[in-house]
Design a protein around this ligand. Structure first.
Ligand code: GDP
Ligand code: IMO
Ligand code: MG
Length: 424
């Protein structure tokens, strides 16, 4: 009986999950997304191709591997069919290689409208949502109103759809300044539903159980990051799902005893897109330099990402919550422009030294304290062997391994599949 390994982000998303899932896929039989939806943007680069996936798992470019969209994912049929269209040149047999859980919830056009209306009403307190309808869809899931993939095959689907839309229109009527044209959105949505009907819908919990029994290797692909988790992130500036390892159990129907390795992905620095606390954010020319060198602009919305140094208390918190067994450090090449690198080792709050991530990061005066390390200050992008890496980079990796107490098994030195070094 095999187990599922999990790969997920330890910061505020965009750590490079898509790249590493693609790199690891040859060692697996099934790649499964367990939460989130089209708010995610996972970038893969290989053979001169750059591709961004939103809902489809990042194993899709490898032949003979099954890609499963789990019950914890929310699906927008319009975005999903656009993703399929973009993949057409790759001649992928979607019917056999891409499976959808019947229990995955659907993002309705009115969920997107509700997302936009809610953000507009929040004004300067807005979450900075990607406006893909994520929050309202998960609200309807937990509120027991949602529509699921399995419903699209039922005779009363249109009836159920109309009832939910009517409910949403009632809520939207309270947003006096919010204008919308639902008819314009509904046509493409219904076309998207027809596209979904042509794919294979499964009871994914049973499918995975059979796979484990047959000794198949499964990799669960996270979306967003630990600090965006609805329970453990910087609430309320979070997404609406459980992005942590526990989300794999509920988002795929896997028992906790079936979880194997947990691979935590982090950038050699840190970024965040959207509103909310970010203790080590650099609102200066250093932050701007990281943004330019790292091309830190959102893969889904194009928004500039906020940039800062790595934050050890934040990372330790994420490692603890997820039970991380190994780490992948991404974008080491981006820090090549610095002679010195800062690492936040703890915070000062009310004059006291604090080395854990506090509850109310929003409402308190928090000063990060840094330790300065030597930069490698040399191009890494051509490296093919970790043994040839500059000493300062190896020292940075050793320093982090010691602080985080987890081995860093992968060091990424560029966006391409091949720019991936293994350590240990
Ligand atoms: P994800 O959401 O975690 O999959 O990450 P994104 O795709 O949103 O953002 C990561 C970005 O960094 C993408 O543009 C990747 O192509 C790029 N990237 C990934 N790894 C590296 C790396 O090691 N170096 C550099 N320079 N870019 C990388
Ligand atoms: P990947 O999988 C980075 C952020 C949004 C916003 C907050 C809530 O590519 O790492 P939502 O649309 O979920 O209601 O937005 O979460 N956010 C992400 N930030 N990477 C992501 O996904 C994100 N998905 C959502 O910017 O602050
Ligand atoms: Mg992303």
């Amino acid at each position: 009986m095999s187990k599922a390994d999990v790969l997920l982000g330890l910061q505020w998303g965009d750590e490079g999950k898509g790249k590493i899932v693609d790199v690891l896929t040859p060692s697996y039989d099934i790649i499964a997304r367990f939460q989130g939806g089209p708010n995610a943007g996972h970038t893969l680069e290989f053979e001169g191709i750059k591709h961004v996936l939103h809902t489809i798992p990042s194993g899709i470019f490898h032949k003979d591997v099954i890609n499963l969209v789990g019950n914890g994912v929310v699906i927008d049929p319009v975005v999903f069919s656009a993703e399929l269209d973009k993949l057409k040149p790759f001649n992928i047999d979607f019917k056999t290689r891409l499976l959808l859980s019947k229990k995955a919830h659907l993002i309705l056009p009115t969920h997107k409208l509700l997302d936009a209306a809610s953000e507009q009403a929040k004004g300067k307190n807005k979450i900075g949502s990607t406006l893909k309808g994520i929050g309202p869809t998960y609200m309807d899931k937990t509120g027991r109103n949602g529509l699921r993939v399995g419903d699209i095959f039922m005779a009363n689907f249109k009836e159920k759809y109309d009832a939910l839309v009517e409910k949403h229109i009632g809520i939207l009527s309270h947003h006096k300044d919010f204008e919308y044209d639902l008819a314009e959105l509904e046509g493409p949505w219904m076309e998207g539903i027809e596209v979904l009907k042509n794919l294979t819908a499964v009871d994914s919990e049973h499918y995975l159980d059979q796979a484990f029994r047959a000794g198949k290797k499964v990799l669960a692909e996270g979306a967003q990051g630990t600090m965006l988790d609805v329970d453990f992130g910087t609430y309320p500036f979070v997404t609406s799902s459980n992005t942590v390892t526990a989300g794999t159990c509920t988002g795929l129907g896997i028992a906790p005893t079936k979880i194997g390795n947990v691979i935590g992905i982090f950038k050699a620095y840190c970024t965040r897109v959207g509103s909310g606390p970010f203790p080590t954010e650099l609102d200066d020319e250093v932050g701007e330099l990281i943004r330019q060198e790292g091309r830190e602009f959102g893969a889904t919305t194009g928004r500039p990402r906020r940039c800062g140094w790595i934050d050890i208390p934040q990372m330790k918190y994420a490692i603890m919550i997820n039970g991380v067994t190994e780490l992948s450090m991404m974008k080491a090449d981006v820090l090549s422009c610095f002679e010195k690198i800062q690492v936040c080792t703890h915070y000062i709050i009310d004059g006291e030294k604090v080395d854990y991530f506090p509850f109310d990061v929003n409402g308190i005066e928090l000063t990060p304290v840094y330790e300065e390390l030597e930069g490698w200050n040399t191009d890494l992008t051509q490296l093919t062997d970790y043994n040839d890496a500059p000493k300062a980079l190896k020292d940075y990796v050793l320093y982090l391994e010691e602080k985080l107490e987890v081995p860093i098994k992968v060091v990424s030195v560029g966006p391409d599949r091949t720019q991936t070094l293994s350590n240990h």
